[in-house]
Design a protein around this ligand. Structure first.
Ligand code: ATP
Ligand code: MG
Length: 429
């Protein structure tokens, strides 16, 4: 017997019952971003491995442990994108979109791939909606990104379900000085660190701040604080961001241990977190990455962005029962036909109606069937009216129209101006 075919672990089908929620989220977001003046960019799913190695940074979990990397037939090392920022920066540079200080406000959506341990809210293929802004260095744009995510929560009904955490990572020099102090402190307590943190002490010590290990966290209580190492400019930038958030009435918690998993961040970092999804609580994360464009060989270009996890947001909307009822998969009109000549006529009529009444959900019965079975399907379709065309109606040049919900008499509609009569019926409440 052949083995049952299965999807790869951690890579999910999004079934018809779930797609309306996805479309709701994606379209809410697209409309919102349009209102703020952001443009969509579509990027490849596969890039040269080097892009991520250089962009995200060796020593990060994503690059060291989570990438789907393979050789193509030409022996080139390619990687399924684990995130969107590196590819977006690559595209901006490649097409000169950041030239002459030009401001770019971009958004994208699509699947990302990370070899992680699959669990609720954590998958190997997952989807993000991301935003990246280039050539703006003031705290006003950081505030705008946070304001537009706050507006999204408001529109989705999630305002009370998420909280904002904020930190500043300072300049790379400030971070360097802090890194030394942190390493000194932790080196002296090496034996008490968990294994992951011991390894990170060499590769990516700031990530230790983010450790989930209780003993490591206890050790960190008296460790040097990043906030004490901030350079003046970063401090002013951070104060500027806080003043704007205060002016907007957007509440936040300063989390001095918020460092983010990817290397390219500096200054502002933020996360929107929920306590309604268990361990996988971060639904949106981002920050400033002023150094990345020049690291890729471009002119120094300040940049800031964020990405949100669609699966986690859908889970959150489901958990809190915030998904609006979806009219999709429901008909307005269901066309029943009896006999081949009627079926042919109905086929033509349906197309005429679709042209005259765009947006009307007209389902034509497929596969013939008895009167009873067709009416059963008509009823299940959710349609308000069944149209009936049989030998008799065909001979008389009419269509019978039977209300399926509530009261009302069956009517006989003449074929000339069928569309007009149906439009009138559908507009009646
Ligand atoms: P986490 O700490 O949860 O692993 P991260 O810091 O690795 O998140 P980012 O790279 O910042 O995540 O990605 C932005 C968002 O994408 C996350 O906040 C989360 O909502 C979502 N996300 C990241 N990894 C996954 C995954 N494996 N499955 C589902 N969603 C994910
Ligand atoms: Mg992660």
């Amino acid at each position: 017997m052949s083995k049952t075919l299965q999807a790869i672990r951690g890579m999910n089908d999004i079934l018809p019952a779930q797609t309306p929620a996805w479309r709701y989220l994606e379209s809410t977001f697209a409309t919102l971003l349009d209102g703020y003046g952001y443009s969509e960019i579509r990027l490849p799913i596969v890039e040269y491995t080097e892009l991520f190695a250089r962009g995200i940074g060796e020593g990060t979990d994503v690059v060291d442990k989570e990438m789907y990397t393979f050789l193509d037939r030409n022996e080139e090392s390619l990687t399924l994108r684990p995130e969107g920022t590196a590819g977006c920066v690559r595209a901006v540079l490649e097409h000169g979109l950041n030239g002459a200080g030009q401001v770019q406000k971009l958004w994208y959506t699509g699947p990302m791939f990370r070899y992680e341990k699959p669990q609720k809210g954590r998958y190997r293929q997952f989807h993000q909606i991301g935003v990246e802004v280039f050539n703006l260095n003031g705290p006003d744009i950081d505030a705008e990104l946070i304001a537009l995510t706050a507006r999204l929560w408001q529109q989705l009904g999630l305002r009370d379900a998420v909280t904002l955490q904020l930190n500043s990572l300072g300049s790379s020099e400030a971070r360097g000085r802090y890194r030394e102090a942190l390493v000194d402190y932790l080196q002296a307590r090496f034996e008490q660190l968990d294994e992951d943190s011991q390894r990170r002490l060499d590769t990516n010590p700031l990530r230790i701040l983010d450790s989930k290990n209780a003993q490591t966290q206890a050790l960190l209580v008296d460790a040097p604080m990043l906030a004490d190492y901030l350079d003046k400019e970063s401090q002013a930038h951070f104060d500027g961001l806080r003043a704007r958030l205060d002016a907007l009435g957007i509440a936040y918690q300063i989390n001095p241990k918020l460092v983010r998993g990817l290397d390219y961040y500096g200054r502002t970092v933020f996360e929107w977190v929920t306590d309604k999804l268990g361990a996988q609580g971060t639904v949106c994360a981002g920050g400033r990455y002023d150094g990345l464009v020049s690291q890729f060989g471009g002119k120094p270009t300040p940049a800031v962005g964020f990405a949100m996890g669609i699966e986690r947001l859908v889970l959150l909307l489901e958990t809190l029962e915030l998904l609006p009822p979806q009219p999709q998969g429901q008909a307005d009109l269901y066309f029943c036909t009896f006999g081949e000549p009627a079926e042919l006529a109905a086929l033509r009529l349906s197309e005429t109606l679709r042209e005259a009444l765009p947006g009307t959900r007209l389902w034509l019965n497929n596969g013939a069937g008895s009167f009873k079975s067709q009416f059963k399907k008509a009823d299940k379709s959710g349609a308000r009216f069944a149209l009936v065309l049989g030998e008799d109606e065909l001979a008389r040049g009419v269509v019978a129209c039977k209300p399926l919900r509530g009261q009302g008499e069956q009517q006989t509609l003449a074929l000339d101006d069928l569309a007009g009569q149906l439009a009138a019926l559908l507009n009646e409440i």
